[in-house]
Design a protein around this ligand. Structure first.
Ligand SMILES: [Zn+2]
Length: 111
């Protein structure tokens, strides 16, 4: 079971991670803006731009999913069972909670 102090710490960590994810989304959104059909950038760099775009699109989707999970879990930090593995019911290591607060399963169950 997490103490109140630990829950506060987790909540702060989640809020911080949400802020970071939101910042990342803004940057990625700019990077994923449509590749202009501009002949002046040349064929090779246009191909580069398209490649980068699909990498950035994937990063954007991943960040968006993570952001949703973080926002979701922020409401659950006060739940009695937060910090316990949803699969085996054992306490999740506090260090893991701070790094990946949106994961609700322990290390052994996530394998
Ligand atoms: Zn487990």
């Amino acid at each position: 079971m997490l103490s109140d102090k630990e829950r506060d710490q987790v909540r702060q960590t989640i809020e911080q991670q949400i802020a970071e994810a939101e910042k990342e989304m803004v940057v990625l959104k700019e990077l994923t803006a449509a590749v202009a059909p501009d002949n002046s950038i040349g064929r090779i760099s246009r191909m580069d731009a398209i490649n980068n775009k699909s990498v950035n699109d994937a990063a954007y989707r991943n960040t968006r999913t993570r952001l949703k999970r973080l926002q979701n879990v922020l409401e659950k930090v006060d739940d009695k069972d937060y910090g316990l593995c949803m699969r085996c019911g054992k306490p999740i290591a506090f260090g893991r909670i701070l790094i990946l607060p949106e994961k609700r399963v322990c290390v052994s169950c996530s394998k």
